[in-house]
Design a protein around this ligand. Sequence first.
Ligand code: F6P
Length: 327
Amino acid sequence: MTSSLKHIGVLTSGGDAPGMNAAIRAVVRCALHHGLKVTGIPEGYSGLLGGELKPLNSLSVSNIINLGGTFLKSARCMEFYKPEGRTQAAERLEAEGIDALVVIGGDGSFTGAVALSREHKVSVVGIPGTIDNDIYGTDFTIGFDTAINTVQSAIDKIRDTATSHNRLFFIEVMGRDAGYIALYSGIGAGSEEILIPEQSRGLDYLLQSLERSGRAGKTSSIVVVAEGDKSGGVYELAKAVEETLPGYSSKVTVLGHLQRGGSPTCTDRVLASRLGVAAVDTLRDGTSGVMVGLRNNRISLTGLEKACKERPDIDAELIRVSEIVST
Ligand code: F6P
């Protein structure tokens, strides 16, 4: 353990994700368990530049494990992208006596953390929190499980009406430029097709597949489309299908930000608790500049820079499964 570590700052940055509160709670409780002081930094990096810092105790994080969002609030801070912003942040950390920072967020948040640690030697550990599951170095990110369950339940409801009216639904899901939310929720909800950016199957493929389904007797279908898919977007796809296959009545649902909200699943709460404790343990061991993640159900450390730069591969086995079970 590093004897110099006495005071940890924690912040949530980028898009919020269900389970971020559980992660903050774990960071706070683990730090207190080891006699360390913890300060909550509001609204991501912008809170470091001028926000009102909150000393956190065990009670401050009571009754939040079940809550979506982040009680510290989150933001994407443009000033922090500039070196002057990071200098100001480092000076604030020093003035407040904060010797290490835990950053809960996605790759954009980690990019800021890498720059802060490189330029100002600030000790930082990252915790992957994003619904997109697009971070290298962890099998799952905090919030992903809740998001895919939310999407799955929405698709189940849409399927009821799709079946009753013999309709084809295009359902756009989040994920930025990654297809994990689409792939997992599409398999879980039994969708007929899943379009993800990693595959780029295009319109012709979709039209042929829908024609086959029609010939096989299917009267309704669900197509899950990742927002990053490059086939032209859900509205264009629906239009193209109606023009090419007149037998289909198409509808579009964009699920949007409801995917980011809601009470975290047990899986996300446990993941967040494990990663929160691991982040504090890592700093206590004298290690920084890393992200704590879970690989094969074991805590694993990845250099923060690598976690920002690399992208996890989409699981080829899952794609194969989706193709087999959707026919
Ligand atoms: O990264 C999380 C995410 O929800 C993405 O899936 C989505 O593309 C983006 O954030 C939306 O960002 P905003 O809330 O700023 O519109």
